[in-house]
Design a protein around this ligand. Structure first.
Ligand code: MSP
Length: 670
């Protein structure tokens, strides 16, 4: 029997449509599931929905429908997204599935029978608005720490799980199993949390307060606390979703992937629940970081929630999005998402580096050897050949190592390093020169054979990340295999693309995202965005909030879709000069605007700039900056502004344009 790999995502609340955070964990789990299947393991990958509890009940109430109808309506939003993102989950659980409810009730009854659940009166501070209890230390001046509304003393009878009994065992388990909670910093966090006495956990809610949940098997006036219900999905899902109950086959789970905000519920609640049920703990709980969007917390009220459906539609399918999320930040750390960052990385690494490598390799095979992989004389004639071969052959083990450690970004980095090396190989061996002289043919065949091995290694290692493109890559290079039977270690070998293989060059795998089209599209969608070529550096913006209409950030954005070409004469009309900030203060009642006194050599100017969110006025004094000196004066919030300072940034200012050398004030900038 092959080794098993059981991976889970959190089950998502169906209180709203899915966003980038949900997509992130699910994509990460999918990459691992696909990878472990490639290594021949027996994989079960579970995801699903958390349908009970207050959040869902409230969302249904807002929609004016009953909670079950609400859940049924929202479920396809998640299921369809997973299809669109090519998620290969083996099970999809909904906590309203009747078999799940039975398992939860069985667990509760079992714990009650063992006297690990008891009923008690609880008195605490209750916030009616948030519908939750707070302890004495949470409440300050009689106010709810969350919504700041007054709290009241309330007594309520509830059922409690004797979680406190398991504190020492849990601590010992974490200490004795370094891989149980990852990353390391999160493990320390949980150990820190366990320094304080662990309280018992209320696992019920009176129906009078919350009716949407699984009824307690031993008291019909109560429903189960949503977290107790939800966590049990990890065992109920392998009991009733596979064709045959597979608890013994897959438990303990290999890996629970969770976001950092729900680590305690997993590491503490779930672990102690399992201990109480005499079940082994999962091998690893990994807490990943959170995405912000353009530097800001993502939230509905900010209107910056990233819709994964839109990303897939806008940017040539799901693979680019899957790639970006796992490439951009080390798993475990927080990251920032921006469409600009996405497009830059996509164009640089997928369209340019990888796309071009495939394109040129296949084009040369087409041109020089009639679309057939040639027979090499020897494959490692020269040092450069040996280097390419060794690097390719080392790749599977490295990718395996990184993915075992959940270092997705490093796995991708290693794969991209082979792409770069291969591009250099082509540049240095220059097949086009070899093809010109008959005596170059033998060497040309060796080079082309070597080049043709690389797409094999690339599609094999990239498949977990880019399942669609890897399939296309495989077909173009003529590799006859199916990823369902392909074996990562056995089949990824030098020579896997044998001489005589017929290649089929097709459309470019990663069409460049054209900046102009993209900008046009976003403008049509009334979004504001700015993308520029990688390596060109941040676009410089004219940062004086003086040109109407003023966007929220106070930065004026020129969009790329506008015809941005100007003549030298146009440019010469603008006088850029070096200025020194002599004084700076905030414009009263404005968070953004700073009033600067700037020395321009022959004169001194007052300039009002929308940079106050980024800079404290004090930090600017003495700085050399670049100023548009011949701008018509204007008034901003009643304060006269006689010029404009240059700063970088899109919706928010990121930095000021300064000078690397001490330059005389008033100096022209051109
Ligand atoms: N229903 C619970 C989980 C129960 S698991 C037994 C829940 N659901 S959730 O829908 O609110 O959140 C699901 C996951 O989304 C969490 O892991 C959370 O960390 C993640 N994210 C929510 N916003 C996120 C970002 N902005 N970035 C990355 N992940 C984020 O909690």
């Amino acid at each position: 029997m092959p080794e098993t790999f059981y991976v889970t995502t959190p089950i998502y609340y169906v209180n709203d449509v899915p966003h980038i955070g949900h997509a992130y964990t699910t994509i990460a789990a999918d990459v691992l599931a696909r990878f472990h299947r490639l290594t021949g393991q027996d994989v079960f990958f579970l995801t699903g929905l958390d349908e009970h509890g207050q959040k869902v009940q409230q969302a249904a109430a807002r929609a004016g429908i009953d909670p079950q109808t609400h859940c049924d309506r929202l479920t396809p939003q998640f299921k369809n997204l997973w299809e669109k993102l090519n998620i290969s989950n083996d099970g999809f659980i909904r906590t309203t599935d009747p078999p799940h409810k039975s398992v939860v009730q069985r667990c509760l009854q079992g714990l009650l029978d063992k006297d690990l659940i008891y009923r008690a009166e609880y008195t605490g501070w209750y916030c009616t608005y948030d519908e939750r209890f707070w302890t004495e230390k949470d409440v300050e001046a009689g106010l709810c720490p969350d919504c700041k509304r007054p709290v009241e003393k309330l007594s309520e009878s509830n059922y409690f799980f004797r979680m406190s009994q398991f504190q020492d065992r849990l601590k010992a388990h974490i200490q004795g199993h370094p891989n149980f909670i990852k990353p390391e910093s999160r493990r320390n966090e949980v150990l820190g949390f366990l320094q304080k006495p662990l309280e018992d956990l209320s696992i019920s809610r009176p129906k009078s307060r919350l009716s949407w949940g699984i009824e307690l098997p031993f008291d019909r006036d109560y429903v189960t606390y949503v977290w107790f219900d939800a966590l049990v999905n990890y065992i109920s899902g392998i009991e009733f979703l596979p064709a045959q109950p597979a608890f013994d086959r897959y438990w303990p789970a290999s890996l629970h992937l969770v976001g950092k905000d729900i680590l305690t519920t997993h590491a503490v609640y779930w672990s102690t629940m399992l201990m109480a049920m005499n079940l082994p703990l999962p091998q690893t709980i990994f807490a990943h970081g959170w995405w912000t969007v353009n530097g800001e917390k993502m939230s509905k009220s900010r209107g910056n929630v990233v819709d994964p459906y839109a990303m897939v539609d806008k940017f040539h399918g799901s693979d680019g999005f899957r790639f970006f999320l796992l490439r951009e930040v080390p798993f475990g750390q927080d990251g920032d998402f921006s469409e600009e960052g996405f497009v830059n990385r996509y164009n640089a690494e997928l369209a340019n580096d990888l796309g071009n490598l495939l394109n040129r390799s296949l084009a040369m095979l087409e041109r020089y050897t009639d679309s057939l992989v040639p027979t090499p004389q020897t494959t490692t004639d020269q040092e450069i050949d040996r280097q390419l071969k060794n690097t390719a052959e080392a790749l599977p083990a490295l990718v395996n190592k990184h993915l075992t450690n959940l270092e997705f970004n490093k796995a991708l980095e290693t794969i991209l390093a082979l792409v770069q090396l291969s591009n250099q190989y082509i540049d240095k061996t220059a097949p086009w020169t070899l093809a010109k002289k008959p005596e170059g043919t033998a060497r040309l065949h060796t080079v082309l054979f070597n080049m043709s091995q690389i797409p094999g290694f690339l599609c094999g290692t990239l498949y977990p990340f880019l399942p669609v493109k890897a399939e296309e890559m495989k077909n173009q290079i003529g590799l006859q295999m199916s990823f369902s039977t392909f074996r990562f270690f056995e089949n990824l070998k030098w020579g896997m693309i044998s001489p005589g293989t017929q290649i089929r060059k097709g459309d470019p795998l990663f069409p460049r995202i054209d900046i102009k089209d993209y900008a046009k599209e976003t403008m049509d969608g009334r979004e504001e965005s700015k993308v520029q070529l990688r390596g060109v550096g941040k676009e410089v913006e004219k940062t004086q909030a003086s040109i109407p209409p003023e966007p929220a950030s106070g930065i004026i954005s020129s969009t790329l879709a506008q015809d941005s070409q100007i003549t030298i004469e146009d440019f010469q009309k603008i006088q850029f000069r070096v200025g020194k900030v002599l004084a700076a203060e905030r414009v009263p009642k404005s968070k953004k605007l700073l009033k600067l006194q700037v020395d321009l050599g022959q004169d001194q100017r007052q300039i009002v700039a929308g940079i106050g969110k980024k800079f404290d006025p004090e930090s600017l004094i003495g700085q050399l900056i670049v100023v548009v000196a011949n701008l018509k004066p204007t008034k901003l919030m009643g304060v006269e502004s006689q010029g404009m300072v240059l700063a970088a940034g899109d919706k928010e200012v990121q930095g000021l344009v300064t000078l690397s050398e001490e330059v005389a004030v008033g100096e022209k900038v051109k």
